[in-house]
Design a protein around this ligand. Structure first.
Ligand SMILES: NC(=O)c1ccc[n+]([C@@H]2O[C@H](COP(=O)([O-])OP(=O)(O)OC[C@H]3O[C@@H](n4cnc5c(N)ncnc54)[C@H](OP(=O)(O)O)[C@@H]3O)[C@@H](O)[C@H]2O)c1
Length: 257
């Protein structure tokens, strides 16, 4: 029987791979055999992440700078990746952020800026890399969504929850449209996961981490390495017949409504 989880010979690009969930995913894909590149805006973060992954997995990681909210920057990335790596088998969109404001006072310029990264930017990355994948008649796209795409909450999260809900539906729609090119499109929906993004929110909420952990059936918040299993599954032949799905490594949160 073949090793359906092996990524040997596959080329992967992880956007938002400099830290947090994206870095763990890049590490996991490299461990399972892929040639991995990471991309984001800041060179220093990319270099540090590549170094850390090399120390853990023993593989060189390529780095590319991109602002995934700008179409021109994405086109340059696609060209640079094609020139350097040739084919692209796996695209992970892990870029994204949250900004919290009371719904009655939400500054709409901040709403637009968030949607530009969390929704439009992901669409542009899917569009441009899917064009490459369609010529190969092969591709695996993985969008990092959130439990907040399907599970509402208060606390100023209107823009974030809406953006992830849009991302879930974009994932399903692209799965249908790209299926004829043998490209699968799936999403991963983590619950609260310990990263820099959440550290700033938790710092303003003493006891918040413990309170949140109690609401999770498995009794703890997530760690970035909790996302590796789902990402390797969705990047590999193990998920050949899986598309348009959102997988939740969430400690059971979505199971309770
Ligand atoms: N942490 C959680 O609790 C949690 C839970 C559910 C879902 N998520 C989702 O998981 C994903 C990763 O979150 P994280 O917690 O790992 O956050 P993070 O540590 O802040 O990582 C976000 C990454 O996105 C990159 N990025 C942001 N804007 C970008 C842009 N315009 N162009 C290119 N890269 C950009 C950042 O690098 P640069 O600054 O160098 O650009 C960084 O590498 C996000 O989509 C988030 O919504 C997180």
């Amino acid at each position: 029987m073949e090793d359906v989880f092996s990524l040997k010979g596959k080329n992967a690009i992880v956007i938002g791979g400099a830290g947090g969930i994206g870095q763990s995913i890049a590490k996991g894909l490299a461990f399972y055999g892929a040639n991995v590149a990471i991309a984001s805006r800041k060179l220093a973060g990319l270099e540090q992440a590549a170094q850390e992954i090399k120390e853990e997995v023993g593989k060189d990681i390529k780095i590319f700078q991109v602002d995934s909210s700008e179409e021109g920057s994405i086109k340059e990335l696609v060209a640079a990746v094609a020139a350097d790596m040739g084919k692209v088998d796996i695209l992970v969109n892990s870029q994204g952020y949250n900004v919290k404001h009371n719904a009655l006072e939400f500054p709409m310029d901040e709403w637009d800026a968030l949607f530009k990264v969390n929704v439009k930017g992901v669409m542009m990355c899917c569009k441009e890399f899917a064009a490459v994948m369609s010529k190969q008649n092969y591709g695996k796209i993985i969008n990092i969504s959130s439990v907040r795409g399907s599970r509402a909450c208060g606390g100023g999260n209107a823009a974030y929850c809406s953006s992830k809900g849009a991302l879930d539906m974009m994932t399903r729609t692209l799965a249908v449209e790209l299926a004829p090119y043998n490209i699968t499109v799936n999403a991963i929906g983590p619950a609260l996961t310990e990263t820099k993004m959440v550290a700033s929110f938790l710092a303003k909420d003493p006891g918040g981490k413990e309170r949140y952990a109690k609401s999770i059936p498995l009794g703890r918040i997530g760690y970035t390495d909790d996302i590796i299993g789902a990402s390797v599954f969705l990047a590999s032949a193990a998920s050949s017949y899986v598309t348009g799905q959102v997988i939740y490594p969430d400690g059971g949160l979505t199971a309770i409504g």
